[in-house]
Ligand binder design. Structure first.
Ligand code: SF4
Length: 278
């Protein structure tokens, strides 16, 4: 029989953490290897959350650091910022370290079982597919019928709770992730001014090298950081929130009194990345 490995990627978000909890509780005999691909540009709240999770799991989460950092790849890509259309960041800082971690074993015929945090209420999603035939992908949350509410319950019941950044941001991932809404940029500026300043500096360098892309749609962070623009973004957020609250109220069974950021902005959660944001 082939040697086997069982791996579970932790993104720093709630779904992959809940999957780790679920597997620990329901399949304790599996010798799971937990890993976190660290771009070096993660929020401090993510590391706090990983520490809490490690305490519960009783084993370390392997940090897979890229062999070359964001600055190296930015220069390689001509100082063009990554964007939703050209996601070199995920390829080079998330997928490349994972492939390197598994490469030798996959080439030597080891069966790698990868457990992916796609929930039961995400019927149209699929996980990352490795080109190797001996990589098998499993979706235990989906198979167990666990939806978003179930994920939140799993984390609450184990006292791990949710990552602290959910107070002001909807997704895990890099501080400067371009999937952020405008209000999240404003909040990043308040919560982690040094990370906002770093993103602003990257944008300036990109602009100096002729990159047409900004982190946020149709404006630079310099423009977004102007007081009148911040006030407009906050006012727009409050208007959208009031609308989303009205839509939420007719359903008291939902048990929720606050719409999510995705609901407020009409964003499709399924557009988020399985690797970065689950
Ligand atoms: S979190 Fe965002 S910026 Fe970071 S690698 Fe993923 S898509 Fe790119």
């Amino acid at each position: 029989m082939n040697r086997e490995r069982h791996i579970l990627g932790i993104s720093g978000g709630r779904d992959s953490a809940a999957l780790a909890v679920y597997m620990r509780q329901n399949h304790p005999a599996i010798d799971m290897e937990y890993f976190f691909t660290d771009t070096g540009k993660e929020l401090p709240e993510v590391y706090d959350f990983l520490n809490r999770l490690e305490g519960f799991l009783g084993k370390p989460i392997d940090r897979l650091n890229p062999d070359r950092d964001f600055d190296f790849w930015l220069a390689e890509y001509g100082n063009f910022l990554p964007s939703a259309k050209t996601r070199w960041c995920t390829r080079q800082l998330k997928l490349r370290p994972l492939n390197q971690w598994l490469k030798d074993d996959l080439e030597n015929g080891v069966d790698v079982h990868s457990y992916v945090a796609i929930r039961a209420d995400e019927p149209n999603r699929s996980g990352y597919k490795s080109p190797h035939t001996n990589m098998k992908v499993h979706f235990p949350l989906r198979e167990a019928g666990i939806d978003k509410a179930g994920v939140i319950d799993l984390l609450k019941d184990t006292d791990i709770g949710e990552p602290e950044y959910y107070r002001w941001r909807s997704r895990s991932g890099c501080t400067f992730c371009f999937f952020q809404q405008k209000i999240e940029w404003v909040r990043l500026m308040q919560e982690h001014p040094e990370a906002f300043a770093e993103a602003r500096a990257y944008e300036k360098t990109a602009e100096e090298h002729g990159s047409p892309f900004t982190w946020s749609d149709s404006e630079s962070l310099d423009e977004l950081a102007q007081p009148e623009r911040i006030a407009a973004i906050k006012a727009d957020y409050e208007k959208r929130r009031a609308r989303a609250l009205k839509a939420l109220r007719p359903n008291p069974l939902s048990g929720r009194s606050e719409p999510t950021l995705d609901e407020i902005y009409g964003a499709d959660e399924s557009n988020s990345c399985v690797i970065c944001h689950k």
